[in-house]
Design a protein around this ligand. Structure first.
Ligand SMILES: Cc1ncc(COP(=O)(O)O)c(C=O)c1O
Length: 442
């Protein structure tokens, strides 16, 4: 036995804590994106050493079944051989040129082939950048400034999007972050998700001034809340009627809930349905910094250098990221990929539901493709206010109970979960068994 091991030889020093302590001295909060700091759930963030398939290992060499998958991108699991191979080959040809490449055309074509509403697409490096650029494009294309977003939807951290509802439909938003001047959000109108009455009123009051409605069609930033079909249908109708653009933020849902994204699901219920602009990210980069926005040709041609809307990026269309994205899209386009993924995800969700029911824990859950959400509530919520009625302390006990048992779910109750093609039936069975143990003591 050495001073730092117990009598089984296992380390008694928490290396995650050591890294966290070190990180906190030089990185604000010890992390490069706030939710990673575990502030909502308490405790020590796990510092990842490596990942493979459906698992990652932390600094203490403990293995976790990963239901975050880098917050969505890792739809194939970690280290998929075809993706690793494509990236390794790309790396040997150079990291970045700042000049166009054939691979950018191939990726643009792959996106256009899979998402019929996209006729032209521009590649960028993050979802934030894509969403911010989509708003600018909508404003430039319509010559209008105001736009609608919905409470609980997250579209990245551009200033005009860090906003909460004002005191009524006649008043526009208030910043949710210090450093965002009120003037910058004065054109952002925040409405309740799935609230048809508010939507009608907002268009009646401001329809002629609205550049766009921006929406997460399945909101993964308030766990998992679907926009109802009637609500989405009315969003489309009102935008068309008033000359506003419908912007679908599919950074999370794109190539994740279905090969054609959430819009392909709404199109099954609403004849002829299509957004004007789509915002993409996460899966299209396969874990590398890559995102995109695209839409109708007439709108996209407003972008520089063709049109007056400026948008640019040193690393946009990066050759290594595009190789990673292309290989990922190729793999997920194989016949049956989404059927298998969706059925594994449903298996997980149904298993969790059955375990919660058996233990008398209020529980509701939903999934689509490889994305899922669950609530410690008897019924699925329809909007942010209801999501936030969840029992926070109880969720935190569930989170830590699972974490102790080697199951890593999002460290906040308002985040969605992700299953990858690498999650096996055995991984899912282990997860459900762990959840059952935790539910029993919840
Ligand atoms: C729906 C949605 N839009 C935009 C973003 C911002 O993307 P990024 O974190 O790549 O800037 C996110 C990030 O989680 C997202 O979920």
């Amino acid at each position: 036995m050495t001073p730092n091991t117990d009598n089984t030889g296992a380390s008694t020093v928490d290396l995650n804590q050591q890294l966290f302590d070190r990180a906190k001295t030089i990185i604000p909060g010890g992390v490069n994106s706030p939710v990673r700091a575990f502030r909502a759930v308490g405790g020590t963030p796990r510092f990842v050493q490596r990942a493979q398939g459906a698992h990652f290992w932390d600094a203490n060499a403990k293995r976790y079944i990963d239901y975050i998958g880098s917050w969505g991108p890792m739809i194939l699991g970690h280290g998929h051989p075809a993706v690793v191979d494509a990236v390794q080959r790309a790396v040997t040809e150079g990291f970045s040129y700042g000049a166009p490449t054939e691979r950018e055309i191939d990726l643009a074509q792959a996106i256009i082939d899979l998402v019929p509403s996209i006729e032209m697409v521009r590649l960028v490096s993050s979802g934030t950048e894509a969403a911010m650029s989509a708003i600018r494009l909508a404003r430039g294309a319509t010559g209008r400034s105001k736009f609608i977003k919905f409470e609980g939807c997250y579209h990245g951290h551009a200033d005009a999007l860090l906003v909460k509802a004002g005191s009524g439909l006649a008043t526009f938003g208030n910043p949710t972050s210090a450093g965002v001047p009120p003037e910058v959000v004065q054109h952002t109108l925040v409405l309740e998700y799935n609230n048809l009455t508010q939507l009608e009123e907002a268009f009646a009051l401001h329809g002629a001034e609205l550049a766009c409605v921006m929406i997460e069609p399945i909101a993964g930033n308030m766990n998992f809340v679907r926009a109802s079909v009637p609500f989405m249908k009315r969003c489309r109708e009102l935008c068309t009627q008033h000359g506003a653009l419908l912007v679908f933020d599919e950074v999370m849902t794109g190539f994740r809930v279905a090969l054609g994204g959430a819009q392909s699901i709404y199109a099954k219920h609403i004849p002829g349905f299509a957004p004007d602009i789509s915002v993409l990210g996460k899966v299209i980069g396969g874990g590398m910094p890559l995102a995109a926005f695209g839409g109708r040709r007439s709108v996209m041609e407003m972008l520089a250098p063709l049109g007056p809307v400026y948008q640019a990026g040193t690393l946009s269309g990066n050759p290594v990221a595009t190789a990673c994205g292309l290989a990922t899209l190729q793999e997920i386009s194989r016949p049956g990929f989404f059927d298998t993924l969706a059925s594994h995800t449903r298996e997980l969700v149904d298993g969790l539901k059955a375990a919660a029911n058996a233990c008398g824990v209020p529980f509701s859950a939903d999934s689509e493709g490889g994305m899922f959400g669950f609530f410690l509530l008897p019924q699925l919520p329809q909007n942010y206010a209801t999501v936030m009625t969840s029992d926070g302390p109880r969720f935190n006990r569930l989170f830590h109970g699972l974490l102790d048992r080697g199951v890593y779910i999002a460290p906040a109750l308002y985040e969605a979960g992700f299953v990858s093609a690498a999650h096996s039936t055995d991984d899912i069975a282990q997860t459900v068994a762990a959840a059952r143990e935790v539910f029993e003591a919840l």
